[in-house]
Design a protein around this ligand. Structure first.
Ligand code: HEC
Length: 160
């Protein structure tokens, strides 16, 4: 009897593992993220931050846990953007990351991704800090690019 229950548990655990690996963003097909909810859709990077080296450096310090050891994005996403925890989004892939508007990026950092290890950070990070993180993370795959809200795409800084 006990044996029987044991094997049912194993089956359940195995299927949960399969389910969760479908949500992994590290490898596998590139799936566009859902649109930002209304609350976040109109939030954008402050226009004069894109080329601000100081804000970028503050973003780096936040990302690697130097500013606050409780906030260490690199512990999963990797110091150089190469994921160190299975399933963590690889920010170095421009084909994936160009599908994230600045608003979606900010929304995901704020609220996290349900049923994944990516939790929401809004209780630990001010809006400004979250934007600094967008600024820093975008550098791994979209260095020098800025989000163009009119065209709804990433473009080269200074071009319209
Ligand atoms: C405990 C591990 C962990 C930590 C720490 C972590 N992340 Fe993540 N992050 C993940 C995982 C796993 C995913 C992939 C979620 C999914 O499957 O969509 C992810 C996804 C993301 C995404 C993309 C969301 C999407 O829509 O796919 C962003 C942006 C992100 N993380 C930013 C951050 C930032 C910024 C920090 C630090 C404040 C951080 N992460 C800390 C594990 C982590």
């Amino acid at each position: 009897m006990n044996m029987r229950i044991g094997s049912i548990h194993v089956v359940v655990i195995m299927s949960l593992g399969l389910l969760s690996s479908c949500g992994e963003q590290g490898e596998g097909p590139i799936v566009p993220p859902p649109p930002a909810p209304a609350e976040y859709a109109d939030k954008h990077m402050p226009a004069d931050w894109w080329g601000d080296a100081q804000k970028l450096e503050e973003g780096r310090k936040l990302f690697v846990g130097e500013t606050n050891p409780d906030v260490n994005c690199a512990s999963c996403h990797g110091k150089d953007g190469k994921p160190v925890k299975a399933g963590a989004t690889d920010f170095r892939n421009p084909e994936r990351m160009k599908l994230y508007s600045d608003s979606v990026w900010f929304w995901r950092i704020s609220e996290g991704v349900l049923n994944t290890k990516m939790k929401g950070w809004k209780s630990k990070l001010s809006e400004e800090d979250r934007w600094k993180l967008v600024l820093y993370e975008r550098n791994f795959g979209l260095a020098g690019k800025t989000w163009n809200e009119e065209k709804k795409q990433w473009g080269d800084a200074g071009t319209k």
